[in-house]
Design a protein around this ligand. Structure first.
Ligand code: UD1
Ligand code: CA
Length: 476
């Protein structure tokens, strides 16, 4: 069975020393996903019969980060023989003995090669009927990459790693992108001949093309025109650059789907986010993880949404929200902090300097200014006056506050949970509500006010306040 059978091997065993990081290189995230996650997402789209991920450095951490999202991937442990050649060899050895198709090798640190690019690459390999096809690119600065050395006829002769290259070889500007298609029989035949006699003492996968040529076999090259698809991440500067390119691609995709993005350079959208047509994104806005935004919503400026759901025509300004649901036509911000479990109903409002958590706020209800609403169920048509606070924590346990429909609280009301305000109830300004309030009642808890006349002039003589008071008295 040859035909179009395909195995994909993703190399992810290296340490990534140049990152200088505790985190394995391939787990550094861009666009809301680890670098190697992008490679696996693309691999999954290509519809392979086998997807293998070669791991070694921090293997448990790498496996744990990927196994749930990529259940069809099989993790293969590399032994202590180093190098990309060995990595591919252990993966090929783990394939079923009767597998007889093509093997696409990808690097866990090259996240920009999309399914279209790799699909064309596979087509090129099959059309060329070569034993192996390399993806190559002609770049301005080939530093760090393996160089593709061509023979007199222009065919691929071999690949030379930078560290093993002569000055003349190093001057070649065609680089090995680190993505290859091989016939599996080719790998089975040639990998055992790959040695470690090189500057890095590693088994180089890049020795295989030279060995093939020595036997008179054909090695094809597929030169990509968009060099960015070959960009790899070896250090943090490249991490930022590749992250920016990925983001630019995601932003552009949504723009073509009908989303207005005022400033693509300061708009960051994760790969998992979904935006409807006629959404408008204002500058400095981060739409992260699985956030979904419905038609006509306006988000930003200066807003971060993580795993949020925003309804049609909602407006969310200068807001930080995580795991929150914002209803249709609701308004949020400026300077609002929505923590997990916030659910704001349609046409509701969460205003300036308001923090919410585990709070359901019903349709048309408003929390306009300076409030904390936590562990609460707020009905419809409620207005929580400025600085209304749910005191949900007694130092040991969290308790719930229930506010029924059409309740209005006075400014600076403290709702000491557990407590319930019945439908249509009201509270006076400054009320500290410790007991349930029956429907339709007014709750007051502040002591009646006493004015002690002349106190300031008597006790604060000579101050501006006393003088002002004295002048007022004379004027009367
Ligand atoms: C490799 C290529 C180089 C190419 C470049 C493109 C080799 C010898 N060199 O160099 O020609 O231009 O990619 O980006 O292949 N890995 C393993 N096991 C190992 C070593 C590495 O799984 O023992 C994995 C790494 O995790 C990484 C990938 O292989 O995902 C590439 O390794 P890296 O060390 O980054 O290779 P480069 O030096 O970039
Ligand atoms: Ca690399």
């Amino acid at each position: 069975m040859t035909g179009n059978h395909l195995a994909i091997i993703v190399l992810a065993a290296g340490q990534g020393t140049r990152m200088r990081s505790r985190l394995p290189k391939v787990l550094h995230p861009i666009g809301g996903r680890p670098l190697v996650g992008h490679v696996l997402t693309t691999a999954t789209r290509l519809g392979a019969d086998h997807i293998e991920v070669v791991v070694r450095h921090e293997r448990d951490q790498v496996v744990a980060a990927l196994e749930k999202d990529y259940p069809t991937a099989v993790f293969i442990d590399q032994d202590d023989v180093p190098g990309t050649g060995r990595a591919v060899q252990v993966a090929v050895d783990a394939l079923p003995a009767d597998f007889d198709g093509d093997v696409l090798v990808l690097s866990g640190d090259c996240p920009l090669a999309d399914a279209d690019t790799l699909g064309s690459f596979l087509d090129a390999h099959r059309a060329a009927q070569a034993e192996a096809t390399l993806m190559t690119a002609v770049v301005e600065d080939p530093t760090g990459y393996g160089r593709v050395i061509r023979d007199a006829d222009g065919g691929v002769d071999r690949v030379v790693e930078q560290k093993d290259a002569t000055t003349e070889e190093a001057a070649v500007s065609e680089i090995n992108a680190g993505m290859y298609v091989f016939r599996v029989s080719t790998l089975r035949k040639y990998l055992p001949s790959v040695g470690v006699d090189n500057a890095q003492g590693e088994m180089y996968l890049t020795d295989v093309p030279g060995l093939l040529r020595r036997d008179g076999s054909r090695v094809a090259a597929s030169v990509v025109s968009d060099v960015t698809v070959t960009y790899g991440v070896n250090d943090r500067a490249q991490l930022a650059e590749v992250g920016r390119l990925l983001n630019r691609r995601i932003v552009r995709r949504w723009q073509l789907e009908g989303v207005t993005v005022i400033d693509p350079a300061t708009t960051w959208i994760d790969d998992d986010a979904t935006l409807a047509p006629d959404v408008t994104i204002l500058p400095n806005t981060h739409i992260l993880r699985a956030t979904t935004i419905a038609e006509g919503a306006i988000i930003g400026p200066d807003t971060t949404l993580v795993d949020c759901e925003v309804g049609e025509d909602a407006i969310v300004r200068r807001t930080d929200a995580t795991l929150a649901v914002i209803g249709a036509e609701a308004t949020v911000g400026p300077f609002s902090f929505l923590r997990p479990g916030t659910v704001l109903g349609a046409r509701g409002k969460i205003g300036a300097y308001v923090e919410t958590k585990n709070a359901e706020i019903g349709e048309g209800s408003k929390v306009p200014h300076l409030s904390y609403v936590g562990d609460a169920t707020i009905g419809r048509g409620v207005n929580l006056g400025a600085s209304t606070i749910t005191a949900n924590y007694d130092d040991v346990n969290k308790h719930r506050t229930v506010v029924e429909d059409e309740v209005h609280t006075g400014s600076h009301t403290t709702l000491v949970a557990p407590v319930r305000l019945g439908a249509g109830a009201k509270t006076g300004a400054g009320a500290v509500v410790r007991k349930d309030v029956p429907a339709g009642s007014l709750a007051m808890s502040v002591a009646p006010q006493r004015n002690i006349e002349g106190w300031v002039e008597k006790n604060r003589a000579g101050t501006g306040a006393a003088d002002a008071a004295a002048r007022t008295r004379v004027a009367e």
